[in-house]
Design a binder for this molecule. Sequence first.
Ligand code: SAM
Length: 245
Amino acid sequence: MNKEEYNKKAENFEDNWFFDENYRPTLVQYLKEALQVKPTDKFLDLGCGTGVFTNAVISESHNTLVHGVDVSDNMIAMFNHKNENFRGVVCGLDDYAKQNKSETFDVVLIKEVVHHIKYRKQFFSRMKNQLNPGGQIVIVTRPQEVEFPFFKEALAVFAKQQMSVEELCVDLAKADFKTKVEKKSISVSLPKTRLLKMVKERFMSTFDYFDDEQLAKGLKELEVKYQNEDAIHYKDHLLFVKVTH
Ligand SMILES: C[S@@+](CC[C@H](N)C(=O)[O-])C[C@H]1O[C@@H](n2cnc3c(N)ncnc32)[C@H](O)[C@@H]1O
């Protein structure tokens, strides 16, 4: 994934629906239940973005450094400002897997980024050495078929971009990891104007696949589809893959 595209996204990143008051607290709760972070846990956030969720998941008494890795310098700058214990570094995840570091972690979060890892086999075998005994990796991803209010071509690109969760679990099993998948859903309601603005600003990497003309055509399709609606309602289906030794 292109670093520049994510550097641009960083500016408006926290304006997206994921951070709304009617969405974020529910997701934070799901993450807390999945991660079960203890104050002494060494925490690694891969594809950490601006760190909003990780900051909400760790308790105020968290007393070890939280490490973050992200390809975008702008995301990392915002991550490092979020909490005095946050230490983010700019690095693509495939390059991160090539580095020979001996540091190990109790909790690893990989949220909404696993589909950007190109060499998953190499990546997960690195993770095998970085996860402490009794530790856990939580991968948050989505199914290939989603209910998002996107134009048709964008839904097709989204499906192609995501891998199936079965495929992901096979890759994890090859690295000798055990997996357990849980599906969670969150209801979303958005004013139509806001959705159109987010799509226009290419808020998700799905929209980076379209040039300006194609995107304008897609936006027109959405305007026609939702011409009688002021607000758009849908469900965001999330998959929590819990990964252990
Ligand atoms: C959808 S955002 C999720 C951010 C964060 N995990 C969260 O949930 O708030 C995806 C993040 O992954 C980063 N990213 C995309 N491709 C990457 C790659 N190949 N290596 C490292 N980070 C990447 C982006 O810069 C962005 O911050």
